[in-house]
Ligand binder design. Structure first.
Ligand code: HEC
Length: 177
């Protein structure tokens, strides 16, 4: 029995040593996938109902995917929820994309203490306009106003830069703490 545990531990640590350095795009993918699925499912009951998906599930999913030194979030230059402002390096990337509309390239940024950040632009899609566009259904506008008195995230058009999805993680060279 003891021997089995020792071997299992050995295999586990070998697997860890061989694990490739994390990359931001891979770390972000499951969060984006789960959020999109939740939104599409929520929208089947109409946008007024789907607001709760974004309001409650988006932060819950970000928290769920933020573990073991990984932090995930969404940000924007026009925030709906001020709590989503995100780290400075993310806001800098958004500012650079706004400055140059030809540049929508994701960025990898070196951070302090053996950490790295990866950020990619989020573009407005037709699906988003029900809650981020110019003409909102009155029930949607009312629900948004109730939860987000300082909402700056309406008036977008399809194709506009809506914000960014970002992740912070330890680089492979740093030992886990
Ligand atoms: C059903 C309404 C609804 C739809 C549709 C919707 N959103 Fe949102 N969105 C919200 C709400 C509500 C929040 C605030 C979430 C929170 O409190 O964290 C939000 C927040 C965000 C944020 C975080 C930054 C901020 O402003 O707080 C981004 C980025 C975003 N939405 C992008 C999108 C994109 C891209 C789409 C289309 C694929 C989309 N949204 C579709 C309601 C919606």
């Amino acid at each position: 029995m003891k021997k089995t545990i020792a071997i299992a531990l050995l295999l586990a640590s070998a697997a860890q040593a061989d694990a490739p350095a994390p990359d931001g795009e891979t770390l972000l993918a499951p969060f984006k996938r789960d959020l999109k699925a939740a939104l599409v499912e929520g929208m089947q009951l109409g946008p007024a109902n789907a607001i709760d998906v974004c309001r409650l599930e988006a932060p819950a999913l970000a928290a769920e995917h933020s573990k073991e030194g990984v932090r995930i979030g969404r940000s924007s230059h026009r925030l709906r929820n001020p709590a989503n402002s995100g780290p400075v390096w993310v806001r800098e990337a958004i500012a650079a994309w706004l400055e140059d509309p030809q540049d929508r390239a994701p960025r990898t940024v070196s951070l302090d203490a053996g950490r790295e950040g990866y950020v990619e632009p989020i573009l407005t899609q037709p699906l988003c306009l029900a809650c981020h566009g110019s003409s909102l259904d009155p029930a949607v506008a009312e629900a948004l106003a109730a939860h987000y008195p300082n909402d700056e995230a309406t008036g977008f058009e399809a194709g506009d830069l809506r914000g960014a999805a970002w992740v912070e993680y330890r680089t492979g060279s740093e030992t886990a703490d």
